[in-house]
Design a protein around this ligand. Structure first.
Ligand code: F6P
Length: 512
């Protein structure tokens, strides 16, 4: 039987020419029909290329995919990570706190209250989080969005380029700094390099013995952390069944609790857990992650579009696009599908904050030769900024979504008396799709719900594309090829059989 994504080209053909402006003019209830609320999030998907008939048929086609059963499999710990024979248990992390999470939170509480002091008898003031990918992006995003002055001053390091670490070390006072080395495998080269350099920084400031007390390890491989000199009581673990890009909810979220407070960590998990409940119970056409997943496949596999945009109209969500890129593109940027022929899978995800993006790639969105569906992500109540700023921000969010749909016709330009020589240049095609996704408030609870929403959308799309969302074999080749090149750059032999480009550039570095 044809799968959902294989039915979409025919559905597109059945829809024929579709114009959002005409769709709204023809149906005063369009917004009501294509609008969902869940967990304090409002999803307006009325500005998408869907008619009542198409939406009905999309729903019918989705029924055959058994998505509620797929959601249940995820929840119940089935081995959805087929190539590694593992479950994906990120929902468990927020369903109920593990003993390890309780132990972590108790330690954070002791640090923030001053009961747990540095070996030198001071209160910790700084947190240096060292991680990469999912061991960095999630905690970094959440702390950046929620930091409120109550926790430690948190700084994040990921890149092998020492400029990243140097910037953070310059902001921290060593004898008041808690270093958290976060790595699921405890084998990521950049993380271990940054950890070693940071250890030397601590050693020179507080002495080698005291330095060990300043350093925590958060990992699924406690043995490796122990072998690297971390005190066992300073190692916090999370299960190997928690995927790297899904780990912020686990002890890998240490920086969230220490940087924003234990209450915010708990509220973040509560919001995500509420979205889990919605995902597991809401009927298909009222299921926000399932509908967002279906829409994404509609454009990817029905219309052959190559990209999607994530545009947070909230400076505090500026890191959301980067987190989404790993979540969606590392989960579904694959071609090992159970479907045959393999469908087009995850599109490029790009993004940027509003209003700034209007002054960079906004031009491309309105008049570029490519059409991409975009998610405008906004906030209804933001008590951290003045009403005036918030009104300006929100008005631009609405105007961008409206403008992408409305465009500006030649007739309108003529009526406006625009010089005919400029008509071609000022013409805006319009009919460009977008969602408006609004958080009731930008707080821990609603941020948790938002992140879980996209996690579930990603998982549902992996089901629709026949992919394993939870492995990432594509990152292995680069890592393997780097090893002999690093050896050569470090004075060892130049590998045999290098292509001319790699060889020449290697020599440029060696002979610089
Ligand atoms: O990019 C590959 C990857 O394994 C990601 O999936 C992961 O989030 C990141 O590297 C870091 O891995 P670890 O947490 O094991 O250091």
């Amino acid at each position: 039987m044809a799968r959902f994504v294989e039915k979409l080209p025919a559905l597109k053909a059945a829809l024929g020419a579709f114009d959002l402006r005409q769709a709204f003019a023809a149906d005063a209830r369009r917004f009501e029909k294509f609008h969902l609320q869940a967990c304090g999030l409002h999803l307006d998907y009325s500005k998408h290329w869907i008619s009542d008939e198409v939406w009905r048929r999309l729903g019918e086609a989705l029924e055959d995919e058994q998505l509620p059963a797929a959601a249940l499999r995820l929840k119940q710990g089935a081995a959805v990570n087929t190539t590694e024979g593992r479950a994906a248990t990120h929902m468990d992390c927020r369903q109920r706190l593990s003993d390890e999470q309780h132990r972590m939170l108790a330690f954070v509480d002791a640090v923030l209250s001053g009961r747990h002091k540095t070996p030198g008898g001071k209160n910790y003031q700084f947190l240096l989080h060292i991680g990469m990918g999912g061991s960095d992006l999630g905690p970094r995003l959440v702390v950046d969005a929620l930091k409120n002055g109550t926790g430690l001053s948190a700084h994040f390091v990921a890149n092998a380029d020492a400029a990243d670490l140097q910037r953070s070390l310059a902001a921290c006072v060593p004898d008041e700094t808690l270093v958290v080395v976060t790595s699921k495998t405890f084998s990521t080269q950049e993380t271990l390099l940054n950890a070693a350099t940071t250890r030397a920084w601590l050693d020179s400031a507080v002495g080698a013995e005291a330095a060990r007390h300043h350093m925590l390890a958060i990992t699924s491989d406690a043995l490796r952390a122990t072998d690297m000199g971390f005190f066992p009581h300073n190692i916090y673990t999370f299960p190997a069944s928690v995927g790297g890009r899904f780990c912020l909810w686990s002890c890998a979220g240490f920086a969230i609790a220490a940087g924003c407070g234990v209450a915010d960590y708990r509220q973040l998990l509560a919001g995500a857990s509420a979205m889990d409940a919605h995902f597991l119970s809401a009927p298909l056409l009222h299921n926000m992650p399932m509908m967002m997943a279906a829409l994404g496949c509609w454009y990817r596999n029905g219309w052959g579009l190559h990209a999607q945009g994530a545009l947070p109209y909230a400076e505090r969500l500026r890191l959301l696009p980067a987190w989404l890129q790993q979540l969606e593109m590392e989960s579904n940027g694959k071609s090992a599908s159970t479907l045959s022929p393999v469908p087009a899978t995850a599109p490029l995800l790009f993004g940027g904050t509003g209003t700034c993006m209007q002054h960079s790639f906004g031009q491309w969105l309105h008049q570029g030769s490519d059409i991409v569906p975009v998610d405008f992500i906004g906030v209804l109540v933001d008590d951290r900024q003045s009403p005036e700023h918030h009104r300006v921000l929100f008005a631009h969010l609405l105007a961008q979504s409206q403008g992408l749909m409305k465009g500006r016709s030649v007739a309108e330009l003529q009526r406006a008396g625009v010089d005919a020589a400029l008509h071609q240049h000022k013409f805006m095609p319009g009919n460009r799709p977008s969602s408006i996704l609004l958080l009731s408030r930008l707080d821990a609870y609603h941020l948790g719900a938002l992140l879980a929403l996209y996690e579930h959308k990603t998982y549902v799309q992996s089901v629709l594309w026949g992919l394993n969302a939870f492995d990432q074999w594509g990152v292995e080749l680069g890592k393997e090829l780097q090893t002999p090149l690093l050896a050569a750059l470090s004075g060892g032999a130049v590998p045999e059989g290098l292509d001319a480009s790699t060889h020449a550039n290697l020599n440029l570095f060696l002979k610089k």
